[in-house]
Write a protein that binds this ligand. Structure first.
Ligand code: UDP
Length: 329
């Protein structure tokens, strides 16, 4: 049995579906604070609860023989983390400490952690390798880096293996378009552009056009949610196959391609055939100018490679938005 915390969320629900497709038994733990019950694959067992609730975890780990935990449950908005830092330290750090304690108590030794490129801060290199210094500039990145450190210490002391995956910007939807991205409120770039191009908002806001980038807008590296999910499955299988357990790895997951906010608007216009109105706004607090991955490490270690380019990502997100104009509602 694999425990997926946050399995009703955007990324977690895709991983649950892919795990079920591969024949894994899955139990999902999600408090549905931001996730959607409709997103949880029917083949998974669903438990409504907090990933940091010791009583729920004791019950769950007693009831099911859990071989690995994939931990997605978290708060994950850079801008919100600046205005509500304690929410991030509570949901992302304190809750994970509790989960790790219960894993140790119940002798569950395989952990896959959703980390982030926000751990790097403002890198001084154009392409980000895992061995670059970490220096987060927002509480979200800080909270994830703290957990990376905690997990490392746990693995140094206990019989405990982990892989932390540092995601770059996740986009797109399942090829079936049955599950996809639905946040409320929506803050992410691609869904905001597509919602605007569907006529739901009068304009798309660009948060800052005076960055030191070629067109002045922020550059991010986007990865399709299916490719990201595949990285998790490979990481899980790697951990489960280890005979001599002591795995402590950090891998980037990105497409190694930078796309600016303006370029993204242009690409979305091309895919949808609609024309955007843009409104330049001040910079959003906590945003680094440019984040582009090297994902050579996971390519070499686990044989992962991305299958979706940026256009295919937008097309799959667009299909989801067209088929679910009100998300899961
Ligand atoms: N962004 C924007 N307008 C929006 C949403 C996002 O200009 O409506 C910018 C944001 O400032 C950042 C980039 O798009 O530079 C990606 O933001 P997103 O929230 O999608 O992901 P993040 O990089 O914060 O994880």
């Amino acid at each position: 049995m694999i425990l997926v915390t946050g399995g009703a969320g955007y990324i977690g629900s895709h991983v649950v579906r892919d795990l079920a497709d591969r024949g894994y038994s899955v139990v999902v733990l999600d408090n549905l604070s931001t996730g959607h019950i409709e997103a949880v694959d029917k083949r998974a067992i669903f438990i409504k609860g907090d990933a940091g609730d010791p009583r729920v975890l004791d019950r769950l780990f007693t009831m099911y023989s859990v071989k690995a935990v994939m931990h997605f449950a978290a708060s994950c908005l850079v801008g919100e983390s600046v205005t509500q830092p304690l929410k991030y330290y509570q949901n992302n750090v304190a809750a994970t400490v509790c989960l790790l304690q219960k894993m140790v108590d119940h002798h569950i030794k395989n952990f896959i952690f959703s980390s982030t490129c926000a751990t790097y801060g403002v890198p001084d290199q154009p392409i980000i390798h895992e061995n670059l210094p970490t220096n987060p500039i927002n509480p979200y990145g800080n909270s994830k880096l703290m957990v990376e450190t905690i997990v490392k210490n746990v693995s140094q002391t206990h019989d405990f293996n982990y892989i932390a995956l540092r995601y770059f910007n996740v986009a797109g939807a399942h090829p079936s378009a049955e599950i996809g991205e639905d946040h409320n409120p929506e803050t992410h770039l691609i869904p905001n552009i597509l919602r605007h191009l569907q006529g739901k908002t009068p304009y798309i806001e660009i948060f800052g056009d005076d960055y030191e980038t070629p067109d002045g807008t922020c550059i991010r590296d986007y990865i399709h949610v299916t490719d990201l999910s595949h990285g998790h499955i490979l990481a899980l299988e790697f951990l489960l196959q280890q005979q001599d357990p002591k795995t402590a790895e950090i891998f980037n997951l990105g497409n190694e391609q930078g796309v600016s906010v303006l370029e993204m608007i242009y690409l979305c216009e091309q895919v949808t055939g609609a024309k955007a109105n843009v409104k330049i706004q001040p910079r959003r607090k906590g945003d680094p100018p440019k984040l582009v991955a090297s994902s050579q490490k996971i390519q070499n270690a686990l044989g992962w490679s991305p299958r979706y380019d940026i256009k295919a990502m937008i097309e799959s997100a667009w299909k989801w938005h067209q088929q679910h104009p009100n998300g899961y509602r």
